[in-house]
Write a protein that binds this ligand. Structure first.
Ligand code: HEM
Length: 161
């Protein structure tokens, strides 16, 4: 059995980072946010400061593992229109989620308008995140099977009844 260790680590990193980013946003929106509503700005800034480290780490993890997964998967899905439509769209949506997650923990004056409506933008990023997970999960189970990378494996597949 060929063990693709890097592939396994990359999958763990991808799914783990997605859990942190999406799960964290859901926790902030429905648990921490409502509790902090009438608390001091100092406390809110302290929570945001700690969450920021997780946001940056999760974005880095998703980008690293996502680019690796994509490069590995490309040869297996050549000509597979459904896979490209789903995965390429999901990547563009993911960049939107990264932008929103970053500006919501950022400090730049230009992006203050997002923080002024943090609850609304957090909801949008959660919905986008759920859509991305649905698309990524769907693409794993529907559509044509990945083409065998190894021509010898193709011969074995063709010989099967
Ligand atoms: C919010 C950001 C993201 C979330 C929530 C997310 C989530 C997921 C999930 C749940 C899977 C299925 C994993 C599995 O079953 O093994 C997946 C697969 C994948 N993701 Fe992401 N992802 C995100 C961002 C990205 C980015 C930025 C890239 C590329 C640069 C990327 C590329 C891929 C690829 C290539 C796959 C494998 C698709 C296949 O099965 O053929 N993802 N992602």
């Amino acid at each position: 059995m060929d063990l693709d260790l890097l592939g396994i680590v990359s999958r763990w990193l991808h799914i783990g980072s997605a859990i942190v980013l999406l799960g964290g946003a859901i926790c902030l929106k429905f648990v921490v946010g409502p509790v902090l509503q009438n608390q001091s700005q100092e406390l809110k800034d302290a929570v945001r400061g700690r969450w920021k480290r997780f946001v940056h780490a999760a974005i880095a993890g998703l980008l690293l593992s996502g680019i690796y997964n994509y490069i590995q998967a490309l040869p297996l899905h050549r000509g597979d229109g459904l896979w490209h439509a789903m995965v390429d769209t999901k990547i563009v949506l993911a960049l939107g989620v990264f932008f929103l997650a970053s500006v919501l923990v950022g400090r730049s004056k230009g992006t203050q308008k997002f923080r002024d409506n943090a609850a609304q933008w957090t909801t949008i990023s959660i919905l986008l995140g759920l859509l991305i997970v649905a698309m990524s999960g769907l693409v794993k189970v529907v559509g044509p099977k990945p083409k065998a990378a190894d021509p010898a494996a193709e011969k074995v597949d063709a010989a099967k009844p």
